[in-house]
Design a protein around this ligand. Structure first.
Ligand code: IMP
Ligand code: MG
Length: 183
């Protein structure tokens, strides 16, 4: 595991959220989930690919019964700006009717992806539905949307690491960082 003083990736200009800060916050989110769900089973829907690392760590913080499904949307391609309306590429395989559903994503940006997914899930009549995101860029919203649980509010900067990518790279960085401008 990289220590906080491990050298930065050469493409990264600065670290916005350190590895220990992520770990502490994910532990706290796990306690929040325990308070919210008690001993209920949770049906977790992770939005691929970005939410995979966060979801894996978050789920290990709760001892509830958990069912896990993943869905995929498109919105970015390799650019840093959202283009158009996100589309579902890979749909649900688990039933969610009557279940306590927790949607997990890496980042809430324009809000388009999560508003699409949450209205789709709501239409399937879950017993409850909540949304948990690691990062929230509040200033970038184009459609109104608030998550129930937020790891960190961050400024309007394009970030990578801990699941987040630029052109599919940097997802495995253990921290959240800002890329150098020329990249
Ligand atoms: P939204 O639909 O605009 O809210 O975008 C959500 C998706 O855009 C996220 O799940 C990410 O995959 C991607 N995204 C938004 N901002 C960033 C960023 O700063 N870095 C990497 N991916 C981002
Ligand atoms: Mg994503």
């Amino acid at each position: 595991m990289a220590s906080p003083s491990a050298p930065l990736h050469p493409d990264v200009e600065s670290v916005l959220v350190t590895e220990p800060a992520i770990r502490q916050r994910v532990e706290a989110l796990g306690r929040d989930l325990k308070r919210l769900y008690g001993n209920e089973e949770i049906t977790v829907i992770a939005i691929m690919n970005g939410a995979i690392l966060f979801t894996a760590d978050l789920l290990r913080q709760v001892d509830n019964a958990v069912r896990l499904d993943c869905i995929r949307t498109t919105s970015y391609g390799s650019a840093t700006e959202s283009h158009g309306t996100p589309k579902m590429v890979h749909g649900l395989t688990l039933d969610v009717a009557g279940r306590h559903v927790l949607i997990v994503d890496d980042i809430l940006d324009t809000g388009k992806t999560l508003s699409l997914i949450s209205s789709m899930i709501r239409g399937l009549n879950p017993a409850s539905m909540r949304v948990c995101v690691l990062l929230d860029k509040k200033g970038r919203r184009q459609v109104p949307f608030e998550a129930d649980l937020v790891g960190f509010e961050i400024p309007d900067k394009f970030v990578v690491g801990y699941g987040l990518d630029y052109a599919e790279r940097y997802r495995n960085l253990p921290y959240i960082g800002v890329l150098k401008p020329q990249l």
